[in-house]
Design a protein around this ligand. Sequence first.
Ligand code: HAX
Length: 436
Amino acid sequence: MDILKKKFHEKSSALKAEMKAFSKEHANTIVDQVKVSQVFGGMRGVKSMIWETSQLDAQEGIRFRGYSIPELKEVLPRTEGGKEPLPEGLFWLMLVGEVPTQEEVNWLSDEWEKRATVSDTVYKVLDALPADTHPMTQFVMAITAMQGDSVFAKQYSEGMKKSDYWDATYEDAMNLIAKLPHIAAYIYRRTYHDGKHIAADTSLDWAGNFAHMLGNDDADFMSLMRLYLTIHADHEGGNASAHTVHLVNSTLSDVYLSFAGGMASLAGPLHGLANQEVIKWIMEMTESLGTTTPSDEQVAKYINDTLASGRVIPGYGHAVLRQPDPRFTAQRVFAEEYIQGDDYVNIVWQLFRIVPDILGALGKVKNPWPNVDAHSGAILVHYGLTEYSFYTVLFGVSRALGVLANSCWSRALGFPLERPKSHTFDKMKEIVKSIG
Ligand code: HAX
């Protein structure tokens, strides 16, 4: 058994026993009450799930196993001389709740490299698609096409015991994470670079090699990828992509099918697709204004025109957060350190000064502040990754770390099939009337 799997087994076995006793002892304790507004309002805030790897606070933002993003940047291992954390370290932290050593992170980089071979059939599936197929559609199809490799599905069909589910899920999660950068880079190169693929550089870490296979060996771009793939990894369990993976996986669908479902969810413009929408909207603005250095008045008018046309301002607002997203701030800090005098980056900061007051004045937007997607596009464009239809795939590669660590936990803890209750409107009226 490998070192991470052994550690995970020890930790999860102990927690399973503790949770079992806790949920038995407190089975009837009420932790939440659901209002009609929540039933009709997308279940906002309903407490109904255990998610060990991260916790979101409306004011403070995300903490991964108790660590904020600035703290992660301090404690997680980096490459030699590097300033950004390695996503391998975050996966280790999320999976076993301990900050790994440099040696452990190096082991994980090597382990993922060993598991990274993607079968030719998957590439053939991608090659059969029209080149203009949206990269997220390609991503979902490639992940689904890999499902035949699932250790869980194979062992289940051979009569696997419940107590072994965690083990097969761990194997699938590790294999899938290892392969994702290869799949994503393949999609990028076939879609935008005439299928001129770039072989992996096995001396690099997971994110560094991803940057290399995308076609950018710039040291700062590699640093960006390490930060990007760390901060997008997890945002507790209720967000649409994480919750989709959790729901699908609760039926004992393996992680390939579950993760494909989650990626379909991430591909929506109210969720992960917002990262492409933000830069698209900014580029449309600069084009329509005829300048990449617009005045505050011009920007404010463009924002108001967007709202008047019945559209949302992409990159702003959040279902849980009520402050600027620390993932936005982390990208801003990166841009301040690495990038000078970039018009698109400056527009992102200009929007940060202007949008919140305008959204706040509408009186209905609960969070007028920027979310994670408000910043990423401008930085990617700075490093030459201008093909914004690809941006949500980058988000998806990162999101695998959190949601697949959670799939391991769900199977180790023996979580049941998820099945909330729905009602017809008539039934809901009846319930409300009976309560009075
Ligand atoms: N621009 C204009 N109107 C907005 C808005 C925005 N950025 N954010 C919220 N609103 C509107 C809502 O559309 C809603 O209007 P109606 O009552 O007319 O339907 C009203 O304000 C109340 O919404 P809310 O309670 O503040 O927000 P929700 O929890 O319902 O929705 C969203 C949260 C993120 C979906 C929303 O803020 C939004 O559409 N933002 C723009 C898209 C975006 O950036 N999405 C990415 C979110 C982060 C993420 O998941 N990244 O992957």
